[in-house]
Design a protein. Structure first.
Length: 353
């Protein structure tokens, strides 16, 4: 059996990358997916992986190279990994889903800018270049009536300015944000915490998921299509939702909420964090984030080549009205340019190692 790349078509590159993600050793240790996403963004780099040549100098890369070399000598393991990848692709196709990887031009531009991006996304519906101008609206599942109204108002304001609304398809705040968007016949993106081929979770939002797809939006998953909605997947989903967007609006969230995790991830990513005034008044963690941030610079400069450092820009904003958000959002073109520059720099830096 062939251990290296299958051939030189886009479909085969996809299968090869998914095969890397499916490799495990007998102790069920798998290759670090974020490492794959960082270092297999061209066909040449992908081919190097199959030879155990990873263009990153790190303990994770050394462990991955050792695992790949061991795998390349084990015919049964090779067959198992490729069969697993094909099985997952078939499961996605069975529900009308597609896949994009870090090798593809339609891989989300914002996501390419963060260090912990996933190597692939399975999705139903459509991904568009305009998704680079997107903001997440998130919060608790146990939302108050005021919270749901605020989420819907934020979503409508974003839509009216041509900004794509992302959320997590959960009950509460997420549902309010998605619903307000589709009620305006606008696109929204749902980043979910289970595989794309699994039944919609929560089941109460199955009809909403269909509306999102039917109206030109997307339901997106970073997991294998058959993966169940395990509890640990939802915080991981929040990290990817942060990466997918330019920033996150938190409407209502306790100190243990996944929305708080997303706010923290967005800050680490160098993204914008928007905290409603009502949230800052009610939650100590939100006030602490605002107090810890220091203002300087123009937030849209996060996506310009001249920016000296994302840390020099105020990235946590107290929001009283949608106008506090709109003026801080960069164009989709600026994000795309930044993503292309980041890819070139990453390839140059890796090549110099």
């Amino acid at each position: 059996m062939q251990t290296g790349p299958t051939s030189d078509t886009a479909a085969d590159h996809t299968l090869d990358l998914l095969t890397l993600c499916a490799i495990t050793d007998p102790e069920l240790v798998r290759v670090d997916w974020q490492l794959i996403a960082r270092t297999a963004q061209t066909p040449g780099d992908l081919a190097g992986w199959f030879e155990g040549e990873i263009r990153e100098k790190s303990p994770k890369a050394e462990r991955a190279a050792t695992l790949i070399r061991k795998w390349s000598k084990d015919r049964a393991a090779q067959t198992a990994a490729r069969d697993a990848a094909r099985k997952q692709m078939a499961a996605a196709q069975a529900v009308g889903a597609n896949v994009t990887t870090v090798l593809d031009t339609d891989y989300p531009a914002n996501l390419r800018l963060v260090p912990d991006a996933p190597p692939f996304l399975f999705y139903r519906g459509h991904l568009e270049s305009g998704d680079a101008r997107s903001i997440a609206v998130v919060g608790t599942r146990q939302a108050s009536e005021d919270g749901r109204r605020r989420a819907a108002r934020m979503a409508r304001g974003l839509c009216e300015d041509g900004i794509v609304v992302a959320s997590g398809l959960a009950l509460g705040i997420d549902t309010a944000a998605h619903t307000a968007t589709v009620d305006l016949s606008m696109r929204t993106v749902a980043v979910i915490g289970n595989g794309i081929a699994r039944p919609t979770y929560p089941k109460e939002n199955a009809a909403l998921a269909e509306r999102i797809v039917e109206q030109g939006g997307a339901v997106v998953s970073q997991f294998w299509p058959t993966d169940p909605p395990d509890r640990w997947r939802f915080p991981a989903r929040n990290v990817v939702m942060s990466g997918f967007t330019q920033g996150t609006i938190v409407v209502e969230a306790s100190s243990t909420s996944g929305a708080k995790i997303q706010a923290q991830a967005a800050y680490k990513h160098g993204k914008l964090v928007f905290l409603l005034k009502s949230l800052a008044a009610a939650q100590k963690w939100a006030r602490a984030m605002l107090d810890a941030d220091s203002p300087a610079g123009d937030p849209t400069d996060l996506f310009t080549a001249s920016t000296p450092s994302a840390s020099s820009i105020r990235r946590v904003v107290e929001v009283g009205d949608i106008s506090d958000v709109l003026g801080r959002i960069a164009s989709a073109e600026a994000v795309q340019a930044a993503a292309e520059q980041r890819l070139r720099l990453a390839q140059s830096d890796l090549g110099a190692m």
